[in-house]
Ligand binder design. Structure first.
Ligand SMILES: Cc1ncc(CO)c(N)n1
Length: 227
């Protein structure tokens, strides 16, 4: 670490503020927050995110495996990640419920390009050659973008449509916020001891996640460039 007083994640968030804000204050999220959201966009997001979450499970499982093998990991890491996997089961059920409520057929969804690319990226991180520090960075970044985005929709002055309140609470709730802070703590701890190469790989990985998240939202609002 270059400056021992500032955690690595803090330096990234300062350095890549614009990119991060692009992902967490995307027009799609702002439209949920101000109530102007187009429901066909919401339904598109719902179907695509269901596919994403199914690919996300093996990725998180691979992070769990790395945490069990890596000597810089501790017992708490394993339990935190395991809890994350357990809640994905609940999340998959939630998607099924929402899909039936909005008449979205989950069996006939065609994954869009941005989604395919994002899932491929996740898969590329599952190999044993990818360091735990890099993989846990991706996990934190993936979760914190959703947490930060949906928590913004719950802030005072927002006008979220009643039907979407539950969606915002799913990722914007305080418990999930705490989970993200714990993940961030792991990232900072791992990178404090990491080599400059691993730190730089993790930073590239963080930025890739942020870019994939922007593309994912773009796809949801139906940006033709993303299809
Ligand atoms: C695209 C995407 N990013 C992050 C999350 C958070 O789990 C999600 N469900 N989907």
């Amino acid at each position: 670490m270059t400056d021992s007083n500032i955690p690595v994640t803090e330096t990234w968030l300062r350095k890549h503020r614009l990119q991060y804000t692009g992902a967490t204050r995307h027009p799609f999220i702002l439209s949920i927050r101000d109530g102007s959201v187009d429901f066909s966009s919401f339904k598109r997001w719902l179907g695509q995110d269901y596919i994403f979450v199914r690919s996300f499970v093996p990725f998180v499982a691979s992070v769990l495996m790395k945490s069990c093998k890596d000597e810089s990991s501790d017992d708490d890491d394993m339990e935190l990640i395991l809890g994350g996997i357990a809640s994905l089961k609940d999340e998959i059920n939630w998607f099924k419920q929402q899909a039936s409520k909005y008449h979205v057929s989950l069996t006939s969804i065609i994954p869009q390009n941005a989604n395919i690319k994002y899932c491929r990226f996740l898969e590329s991180l599952t190999g044993s050659e990818v360091e735990y520090a890099v993989a846990i960075t991706a996990l934190w970044a993936i979760e914190v973008v959703y947490q930060d985005s949906f928590a913004h929709c719950l802030e005072e002055g927002s006008r979220v449509p009643h039907e979407l309140q539950e969606t915002c609470e799913r990722w914007g709730n305080e418990g999930f916020g705490e989970f993200c802070r714990s993940l961030r703590g792991i990232v900072d701890r791992c990178l404090q001891k990491a080599s400059p190469e691993v730190i730089s790989k993790a930073e590239v990985c963080f930025l890739s996640v942020v870019e994939h998240e922007v593309e994912f939202w773009n796809m949801s609002v139906g940006d033709v460039g993303a299809v």
